[in-house]
Write a protein that binds this ligand. Sequence first.
Ligand code: ADP
Length: 551
Amino acid sequence: MSQPNDYESNILKTLHRLSAKIQNIQGSEEGFRIIADEIRSIANSDYAAIFLVDKDSSTLKLVGLSGFDQEKAKSLPVVKVDEEYRRRVFDANGPRILKLRSQSDFPSVAQDLAKTTDMETGLLSPIVLRGEFLGYVAIGNKKGSPVASESVEALMPPSSDAVAMIVDSMRVYSKLSQAKEGTDRILSLAPIGIFSCDSTGIFKSVNRQMLTMLDSDSEQELIGTSVFELPIVTKSGLDALLMQGIEGHEGEKADIHFVLRSDRALYLHVKVTPLKTEKGDVQGLLAVAMDITSKIRLQNQLERSYEKLTQTYQELERVTKMKTQFIDVVSHELRTPLTVMRGYIDLVESEYSAKLEPKFGSRLKIIKTNTDKLYGLVESMLDVSRLEKGSLQIHPEPVRVDTILEEIVQTMIHDAEVKNQTVTLDIEGKLPLIMADRRRLKDVFSNLIDNGLKYTQEGGRIQVSARDEGRMLHVWVKDNGMGIPLENLGKIFDRFHLVTSNDLSHQVNRLGLGLPIAKGIIEAHGGRMWVESQVGKGSVFHVDLPKEQAK
Ligand code: ADP
């Protein structure tokens, strides 16, 4: 490679000097002044100046000066970019140096300045950054001073480039600081604590939330100190997680308990990430902490509530079991003497009724009716306990549901007439024979129709309907009675549940056993029972019975 000549080596030296200066520059104002001084010294000229275009106003801003009386320079007028001059130094053909050989060569706005400073000659070099015209680097010489030589001329483009470099880095810096400001703002607002430290645990940065978590007043208090010196870090076990990070392993812990003061404790979920160099050495750590105190408290509360609920449930189960046992025992105990009593009553009735005084005869009837009622009640209670134990037996036989319904309606018509109600039966088409427990089905439909009469006002209407629906036989009992409030709809199939808000809450003869038993019987047949109802409008009780019994 050939040795550089003087000319080239001068350029290299200039570049080297300028770049060395630029590296030590703190701020742009100082930077431009230093560059102006350097350019003046390299060019050995009387004056040097740097002008930059203010993009918004298209004016030229004097940013660096050397050799001028600074005060005078400050009073210089702000001037628009002179397009004519700009074209002379920079157009589609690229940048060029403009030689100012006499005062008349100076742009008109600079002529006054030239006069007052005794400037006679000079050079104007455009500053260009990636094709964008940024301004001028200018040097000037007084009358009598030597005119800038060719080698000085050659130094102008690298000087302009140095200025372009500063502008470029200023722009990058400004963008970076904007981005950093944005990130800092987000980090300070983020609802998570963040801190970073070096590979020995010395705090490098701490955001606001982390300061609160660490019970510290300011970042300055922590920066430069070791995270391992904080008692809370060792007490809570966070130190182990951080040590793990320093050894190069990511770590996470969801139950770090920070007891800061007697009145302040936190639960933190902390994630530690080692920050590694390209080679894989740990340079530092980034720790992110989320305050999960309220979540943990809620969880604890939930656990306690769950425990209480389980206890209550167990207690309830125990009481229910006792109740069932009680019903079971009482019903069994009552059934035997009641059966004996019924037997004797029947005997007396058949053997002696003719011989009895009419007064005794009617009393005997009352005794018989009440004993039958009592027996029915005991049977219901036994059915309930059978249902609960799953021991309710059904005895299927070929049954005609339409016949059963006709029989029941016939027996109920009298009761309905007493209340001026109408009971109708509507069978759609012909119903097939099905296998079912005749006695039990009779109980079910009697109960539904009886309820219809019971819970419908005088003059009301009860419609019993049935039809073959393919796989199922559908029977429904509709009334225009008082209806059932929504909040009770799901409960009326529970044993002993009565709707207490309706007008009949005072009515005796209500036990709340009919529907649960009816539903149990239908389900024992493989069928379904449900209700639709609206207060004031009436209710429809539906029964679906399978035509074929499941094998
Ligand atoms: P009981 O009629 O002996 O009270 P049920 O088990 O047959 O017992 O009925 C439970 C409750 O459901 C009744 O107390 C009543 O409040 C309500 N109920 C049942 N059928 C009807 C109906 N058709 N209309 C309005 N309410 C009804």
